[in-house]
Write a protein that binds this ligand. Sequence first.
Ligand code: BES
Ligand code: ZN
Ligand code: ZN
Length: 501
Amino acid sequence: MKTALLNVTSRRKPADLFVIGSFEKDRLPKEIHSLESEFARTFQKVASMDHFSGKVGESFALFHDSNHEASEVVILGLGAKKDYATLGLRKVVGQVSKLAKARKAKTVRILLDSFCHGDVKPATAAGTFGEIWLLAAYEFNRYKSPDPNAKKNGKEDTLEFLTLKKQNSAALEKSVKDGLSVARGIMLTRDLINEPANVMTPNALAARAKKLALEKKFICKVIGPAELKKLKMGGILGVGSGSINPPALIVLEYGQRYKSKGTFCVVGKGVTFDTGGISIKPAKDMDKMKYDMSGAAAVIGIMGVISDLKIPVHVVGLAPTAENNVSEDPQRPGDIVHMHNGKTVEVLNTDAEGRLILADALSYAAKFKPKAIIDMATLTGLVVYTFGDKAIGLMTNDEKFAARVKKAGEQTGERCWELPMWDDYREMIKGNHADLNNIGGPHGGTITAAKFLQEFVPEKTPWVHLDIAGTAWCDVPRYDCPKGATGVGVRLVTKLLSDWK
Ligand code: BES
Ligand code: ZN
Ligand code: ZN
């Protein structure tokens, strides 16, 4: 995708589509009057006809051959000024990106000033346009026969930002570039998740991580079964024993030169398919369980983005990956496994496998003496019942760190809601024949899963656990995402790390 910044005095060819934002009450952005007089008159007419009130979701299209800017002009409702924020803009951009796609518009000119208000500065607005433009056009269609009538996918579009004000063009350019990088990271994450489990095995996931590391010049090490045994990672090995596709621990490392300022660990669940194992899942919707590696896919996407953005933080990404299946010699309910940190676990339910592989990765993180750890996992069905797809379940051992994660969540639209971590819940996972059970009974399952993980977090290390089971997949297409993987976590953690000091 190409982008350009145009000043109102720049000479310019007509675009395919010209886009203007308009707030409720204001109706017409005053900037219109600095454009062609004919243009301004037409808009004046629209306003006086009361066809358009500026509410969110509203749009008004005009066609006029003699318009200088474009033969088609679209005015988009931005709602009330007092409610306007980046999140609202994101939705509007998703709407216009879809419209441009339907019209096959290749060059889209945006009256940048008309989308700016309050915290939405020109650079933020331009960055959001870039990011959402790509995301809204995302499709996963590599397994479909090519459609000769297929519409373009947004990648070849040119976005022109027209402004009447003097802008800091370097800041604007950087913001657009960063927005595009974030979108590419999210799309990579979506691709990894949307791939079927017969393709995206643990080894295939590791190979994709290696490829990206090579491209972006960060470190990638894959720990296979032999070394996992030496490291006594009974959690990862036990889950992996249910499949002919061997498990692995993917270790990614970026920004070693910033090590002196402390290390940040990002851990993600990488179950490439979750049948439930011997404690097998019901058939309904089981196909969706290819998304059980969404946490690991987000870790890989995040590493790609932060290396593009060159953020000054040392980050270690850990993605334990396994297929939870049934084989000749799978893990059985009642099996006891020895974990990397020396604790023993009785596997009462082989479907509670995510916590087993994450536990080994979390204790392995101690090696890097991290300042903070964040993990992302499609860990429990119960979090889907609680929040649907509207919030990530957040659990923590450190309120200060959690506050920063929640703030990044609000800013990026990947909202997190905290659940309590009282020690009463710890009682529920106390072991019968081992130190711990891997399930805590039918109730409070999202929290007991987090309490289990906490047993493996290195001592005195601030840690946030994000249960993304409800948010990593969208069943109903969204303004910036078709049905399938959302890539949740990438935007949130990238924001958190970009603001890290
Ligand atoms: N991958 C699932 C979590 C999940 C379930 C996500 C349904 C989305 C929809 C996880 O491995 C799992 O199976 N968890 C069990 C835990 C239970 C056995 C204690 C669950 O939530 O049912
Ligand atoms: Zn499971
Ligand atoms: Zn699972």
